[in-house]
Design a protein around this ligand. Structure first.
Ligand SMILES: [Zn+2]
Length: 133
């Protein structure tokens, strides 16, 4: 099931020092249709495992200008240090996801228990994690 592959990807990601990831990063790694990835990510947002943010990208130089939390109101204007003040339009805004603190804690806790009870299994998992990137 590709949705479980997505879940696995997120679990791996939670153990790395990655703050935000985009649906396209998963697409690159797993070769799953982007709509399917997005649906699964939104499901996990509702499940409070993930948090949704918005990345605002300058339409002229493609620099990331700002990141807003889902609950924030998007600014009407942003300042690109290269291009100056720009009015924010829909096509400049891209979804970004981050792992909620609670879920990350939970995953770390599970890892620790596995390490104690099953050292071999943990070693194998650890290897898989390194070779996947
Ligand atoms: Zn710019």
């Amino acid at each position: 099931m590709s949705k479980w592959k997505i879940d696995n990807w997120i679990e791996e990601c939670a153990l790395k020092p990655i703050e935000y990831f985009s649906p396209t990063a998963i697409q690159k790694d797993l070769d799953i249709e982007i709509n399917q990835i997005f649906d699964r990510l939104m499901f996990l947002v509702n499940d409070e495992k993930l948090k949704l943010s918005w990345r605002i990208v300058c339409p002229f130089c493609f620099r990331q200008v700002d990141i807003c939390n889902n609950n924030d109101v998007l600014p009407r204007y942003v300042d690109c240090w290269e291009c100056g003040e720009i009015e924010v339009t829909k096509d400049m805004v891209y979804p970004l996801f981050s792992i909620s603190d609670e879920y990350r804690q939970e995953l770390l806790k599970q890892k620790k228990t596995q390490k104690k009870s099953h050292p071999l299994l943990f070693a194998r998992r650890e290897k898989a994690r390194i070779s996947c990137h």
